[in-house]
Design a protein around this ligand. Structure first.
Ligand code: MN
Length: 318
């Protein structure tokens, strides 16, 4: 099953090129009072929501996917866990490019020594919201990654059982400012984690370790690989992460990027694909000022502002 979130918090069941609006399936969720649970309540009740969505779908309005604005399929990820240098050839390119390693020895450690890191959950957006370049004076790169969404509470889970804890998979972008700072800072700017186009439930992907993935920027192929080249697979990443902290429903694991990372800039059009999941298109734009003028990127900012809905999720430059 392919579940998406779109427009103003609506829930969709993806059926070919159409999306069935099954927002009413959210009625199966319990109501909460403050303090709210520290996990994603939709993902925590995914089997119930999916069953209701399935029963509603036949009579639900069908909309063309091209006409909706796709949000992150996970609304409230408690943690965004990410794997650094988890493809051998990406580690090689990091070591050979001073702009990427920035003379920080921590950036060229193998993943077994570096471990995983955390990105701010406030960095999370969907493809329809796009990437807003936060520091235009710094090199900012795309990284396409398979993303696994945790479905149930997991602590000290051995790799052999780890896939039982996965709710589903989605395509991830780990947008990264290059430089000497810690990854958790450089990769946590608003909009620098993109998930989409939808969540594919885990039953459709019994083996996440054999998936082709690729990314193009303005039609040019930049990264193309297969998840079989990951150094630590999804089960091993869950084992490592859950040995340090408890994973909750809706926590996201970005599994690392293959070789071919390269800079993006306002006006770029990113198309990212993971086999058996789907393809998402993501626009890149400059931050714009409240007054409407864009001192940094001029016409780019003006054009992109005009094509995007400002729902308050987009940071504005001071
Ligand atoms: Mn990454």
């Amino acid at each position: 099953m392919r579940l998406c979130r779109f427009d103003e918090g609506r829930l969709g069941l993806v059926d070919g090129a159409e999306v069935r609006d099954v927002t009413a399936a959210l009625d199966v969720l319990p109501s909460y009072r403050y303090p709210f649970p520290p996990y994603d309540v939709l993902i925590a009740h995914l089997p119930q929501v999916a069953a209701r969505a399935r029963s509603l779908a036949g009579a639900a309005p069908a909309l063309p996917l091209t006409g909706v604005r796709l949000l992150s399929p996970v609304a409230n990820a408690g943690k965004i866990i990410a794997a650094p240098v988890n493809y051998r050839e990406h580690l090689d390119e990091v070591k050979s490019d001073a702009q990427i390693h920035a003379n920080n020895p921590a950036h060229t450690l193998t993943i077994q020594k570096a471990g995983v890191f955390l990105k701010a959950s406030s960095s999370l957006v969907g493809p329809g919201q796009g990437v807003v370049i936060r520091k235009p004076e710094r090199r900012t790169d795309h990284e396409v990654e398979l993303a696994a969404v945790i479905g149930r509470t997991a602590s000290h889970v051995p790799a052999a059982q780890a896939l039982e804890y996965v709710a589903g998979y989605t395509v991830g972008l780990d947008i990264s400012i290059r430089g000497s700072e810690d990854r958790s800072l450089r990769k946590s700017a608003d909009t620098y984690t993109v998930l989409g186009p939808w969540l594919v439930t885990a039953d459709e992907i019994p083996n996440p370790g054999t998936l082709d993935l690729q990314i193009t920027v303005n039609g040019e192929l930049r990264q193309k690989s297969n998840t079989r080249y990951m150094i630590l697979g999804v089960p091993e990443l869950i084992e490592m992460a859950s040995s340090f902290y408890t994973l909750h429903p809706g926590d996201v694991i970005l599994t690392g990027t293959p070789e071919g990372v390269s800079p993006i800039e306002p006006g770029d059009r990113i198309v990212a694909t993971v086999e058996r999941i789907g393809t998402m298109e993501v626009g890149v734009r400059a931050a714009v000022t409240v007054s409407g003028s864009d001192p940094v990127r001029g016409e780019h900012g003006k054009r992109n502002r005009d094509c995007c809905v400002d729902d308050g999720t987009v940071p504005r430059a001071a």
